[in-house]
Design a protein around this ligand. Sequence first.
Ligand code: NAD
Length: 507
Amino acid sequence: MINATDVPTVGHWIDGIARASAGGRTAPVFNPATGRITARVALAEGTDIEAAIASAQRGFLQWSGYSMAKRQNVLFAFRELLNARKAELAAIITAEHGKVLSDAMGEILRGQEVVELATGFPHLVKGAYSENVSTGVDVYSLKQPLGVVGIISPFNFPAMVPMWFFPIAIAAGNAVILKPSEKDPSAALWLARLWAEAGLPDGVFTVLQGDKQAVDGLLESPAVKSISFVGSTPIAQYIYETAARNGKRVQALGGAKNHMLVLPDADLDLAADQAVNAGYGAAGERCMAVSVILAVEPVADELIARIATRIGDLRLGDGAGGAEGEPDMGPLITAEHRDRVSSYVDIAEQDGARIVVDGRNRAVEGQEGGFWFGPTLIDDLPTTSRAYQEEIFGPVLQVVRISSFQEGVDLINSGRFGNGTAIFTNDGGAARRFQHEVEVGMIGINVPIPVPVAYHSFGGWKASLFGDAKAYGVHGFDFFTREKAVTSRWLDPATHGGIDLGFPQNS
Ligand code: NAD
């Protein structure tokens, strides 16, 4: 951090050093548990953006010339450092995001999985070779890096979401410019320092802090060859359209409204436990959070009763813990976001829903300035309500009572999002039909948050993903490389064919 007068400034990371914005523009960073400003984040403008891109271009020239073995050594060093020091990163995440420490550690471990996958990159960027496709002619393919690539990430996973992309991008030989969320910018800077310690040359991992100006700078620059974005759907769509118009490769992951279908034969204790975990974990600020429970009657009353009992045991508090240990749930990210979440509960109520457990106006003793919102349970929500149709992104579980499996599938498929969904049942046939028929990118069967492992790819359908490539896994390696096909003939003096102007034929 660079010292400012009142609180420290979280700077950019350009050319191996932290620096403030040339123009001095900043935004406040809060600790959501106290509501206090703990830092100011630099906001990039023209000259900062130019400096970041120029440095990344130099970094790319150097890094793409490294052998695979040398690149692999740097990745292994990064993995070792991350594994040894992840507790530092978890504390940074909790202080700026608010999620509880064990959850911050959880996101780091899921990100580390992708680092580990990326250490084996030579296997995944191998080309193919076809010998003697025509007499004396061989064809082979090469997978080469794109150049300077941009990553734009949301506030809710300040370490994991960037790690969905940058280990693979860097392994494949690209230079990365990461534009983290301005709400929790310090994790990115910590990761940049770790890369430097691991031996990554300057310019290969750049952090450009900022807001729309920084994003637009990356979208407009011809030097930036691809954009990987994760955030809300309206911005994802803007990023997709603008980046594509500017000739870039783009993957833009958007918002979600994930449904959990509970069939009458389901284990209701398992379903209630998992609904609480997936609905209220990270205060519902997860794109894979469950936000709607589709309860196939006659189970709704019983399921709601079991969830409500469990909510009674949840403790709200500073995610960093304290004398009483770690709470179950931290605060929301900002006061504005808390008010927005609250307004959706108002809308549900106005539209005739029953508020079973009300998290509005919830306070935490001794921390009155925090952005608190208690776990909320809503029953009988009409599907015509905006509270049902839009993403809330808070600790609000909504129950919709339905009468059949088919009604559940139809509701899921009629929504605009298609990120994740889950079915809870003991009926294998129903689960199999569900996985086949739902128009959603990631499915859980008795698993509430089905985030795929690193070697499978992550991504939704419909308004949850714009573009063709998902994050990480094989899709990640395809996204961060471009293929070249080489057709080669080494002439054998004995069979030299002489001049022939005809179109080349395979023979
Ligand atoms: P956001 O869309 O507000 O911001 C995401 C990024 O875009 C940030 O870096 C932000 O600075 C930038 N940005 C914001 N407004 C912009 C604008 N007008 N022009 C250009 N850039 C802009 O999202 P958020 O609030 O940080 O994150 C929460 C959202 O992200 C939720 O909708 C959540 O579902 C989604 N999300 C999706 C996934 C997924 O995998 N599909 C994962 C995590 C989060």
